[in-house]
Design a binder for this molecule. Structure first.
Ligand SMILES: Cc1cc2nc3c(=O)[nH]c(=O)nc-3n(C[C@H](O)[C@H](O)[C@H](O)COP(=O)(O)OP(=O)(O)OC[C@H]3O[C@@H](n4cnc5c(N)ncnc54)[C@H](O)[C@@H]3O)c2cc1C
Length: 469
């Protein structure tokens, strides 16, 4: 009997529940990845994520071959490809890890009506329908969601799916070549890399995460997001590792740090739950009142933001980190998102899309959640009147300008105190420091104090338009 393992966001052999189910069912297992034209045409997927995916597929193909199997790659509509494949190999079952995006859910529901497709858990540890309020409705605020999440049983290492030491052979059927690609220097793909990052983070940083995680100029986070995004690491294994490390931690600070990291993994599950229960968030604000905001949407200012040329060094460092590496530190993501929405009054969906085009870890749920949080339009949003001051954020979280110096090298000669707002330095000194503002580095494109008031007004007007006070 043949079973098909349809790989989507689970490019791994370790702790793969869909593969485990396929192995239970089939004497022969056909691993397939489908290049769906929906994603190939999407303006939300940029080249870095494609490179990462192709590299991941190439490594998975090698790993499968070492275990006696193969990876079949085919391009086309999932429905056509799978119907043909089922006939071609005589498969009686198709297994895939369940995905929660609106596109995936609609596609899978349609496919289940014509194919023996079984969806298996794995994208999150707890399924979105398993963490609900007492009345059976979904949570919309993180803290009570987290409390409920933590009340449920935690995973242990012996709960992880077994790692196959050998795989049944896959029939000798046609497969396309993996598109040519160049591995990303900052994020080499693959399970081995993900495992190594997890080990290094566990051994060196997890117990200090609480004090390190907010400083973009310091390596203080795991850098695992692209691997969790494509399932090169299972979220369950990441959670098990946190739980084990917390149990072994010797100081209160270490315990709290590991707990903080676990909280981030729970944030990840929270946003997956939001997109599952409230799919309208992918189109507009979680709270529709905020769809009434009159955005300025100035294209030149948007371009300056994308290119890291706003005249706010911390914002520019972050935006350049994004375009150069395909990743941005979480603190920096919050700062640049707040700047786009609250200082430039540009629709958060413009920023959401740019992030999706640039990020290797671009994920519809986490990205949407992050943007709506920053814009104050989302579930558990910071109230809209709390507006980040980019200069204070810069002084607090990049006090020596390490991050700025790395990505905005033209400001390297500025002293720590002046690097956060170089336009305030007298022109003669600017020259001495090696960057004249307006010539070598732009003047700030907006005055933060004025922009803040403009934004408060726009949000208030939108709210009053719906419910006059
Ligand atoms: C505007 C904005 C957009 C974002 N877009 C994305 C995105 O597209 N994809 C993405 O994975 N994360 C996104 N995040 C969340 C967060 O910035 C990244 O997950 C984190 O920076 C990844 O780095 P890390 O792996 O070193 O994280 P760590 O600090 O080591 O955290 C461990 C893991 O927890 C998850 N995580 C951490 N913080 C969050 C969070 N706030 N929300 C959801 N999951 C989280 C990630 O999977 C991460 O790999 C966004 C945040 C903001 C504010």
């Amino acid at each position: 009997m043949a079973a098909i393992w349809w790989i989507r966001r689970d490019l791994r052999l370790i702790d793969n529940q869909a593969l485990e189910e396929a192995l239970k069912m089939g004497t022969s297992v056909v691993p397939i990845f489908i290049l769906d034209p929906f994603f190939q045409k999407s303006s939300y997927v940029g080249s870095k994520r494609w490179q990462f995916l192709y590299h991941g597929l190439q490594l998975l193909r090698q790993d499968l071959e070492e275990l006696g199997s193969r990876l079949i790659l085919r391009s086309g509509l999932p429905e056509t490809i799978l119907l043909n494949l089922v006939k071609e190999v005589g498969a009686t079952a198709v297994f895939a890890e369940e995905d929660y995006s609106p596109y995936a859910r609609k596609r899978d529901a349609q496919l289940q009506s014509i194919l023996p497709l079984t969806l298996v858990s794995g994208l999150t540890y707890h399924h979105p329908t398993d963490v609900l309020k007492k009345d059976g409705t979904p949570y919309t605020v993180f803290t009570p969601y987290k409390r409920r999440w933590l009340e449920r049983p935690l995973p242990r290492r012996n709960h992880l799916a077994s790692i196959p030491s050998q795989l049944p052979s896959c029939p000798n059927i046609a497969s396309e070549a993996i598109p040519s690609h160049s591995p990303l220097s900052y994020f080499p793909a693959g399970e081995a890399e993900a495992q190594q990052r997890l080990d290094t983070f566990r051994d060196n940083l997890m117990k200090r995460y609480g004090s390190l995680r907010d400083y973009p100029g310091t390596v203080g986070t795991s850098g695992l997001s692209p691997y969790l995004r494509f399932g090169m690491l299972s979220s369950r294994e990441a959670i098990v590792t946190a739980v084990e490390t917390r149990a072994k931690a010797k100081s209160e600070t270490a315990v709290e740090s590991v707990q903080t990291w676990l909280d981030e993994l729970i944030w990840r599950e929270f946003y997956q739950s939001i997109i599952y229960h409230f799919p309208h968030v992918t189109k507009g604000s979680f709270r529709p009142v905020y769809d009434k905001i009159q955005w300025r949407n100035d294209p030149a200012e948007f371009e300056a933001w994308c290119q890291g040329q706003t005249g706010y060094p911390i914002v520019d460092a972050a935006m350049r980190q994004l375009s150069q590496t395909g990743w941005m530190h979480n603190r920096a993501r919050m700062i640049v998102a707040s700047f786009l929405v609250k200082d430039l009054l540009i629709d958060w969906r413009w920023g959401e899309k740019w992030f999706m085009q640039q990020l290797v870890d671009g994920d519809p749920a986490a990205n949407n959640g992050g943007w709506q949080w920053a814009a104050g339009t989302g579930t558990d949003a910071a109230p809209y009147f709390r507006i980040f001051n980019p200069v204070s954020q810069s002084k607090k979280f990049d006090p020596e300008g390490k991050y700025i110096r790395e990505f905005v090298p033209e400001l390297n000669g500025y002293p720590d105190k002046e690097i956060h707002s170089p336009e305030l330095t007298p022109p003669l000194l600017q020259k001495r420091y090696g960057a004249t503002i307006g010539q070598d580095y732009p003047h700030p494109i907006v005055n933060h104090k004025e922009a803040r008031l403009r934004t408060l007004d726009a949000y208030k007007t939108a709210k009053e338009a719906v419910a006059p006070e």
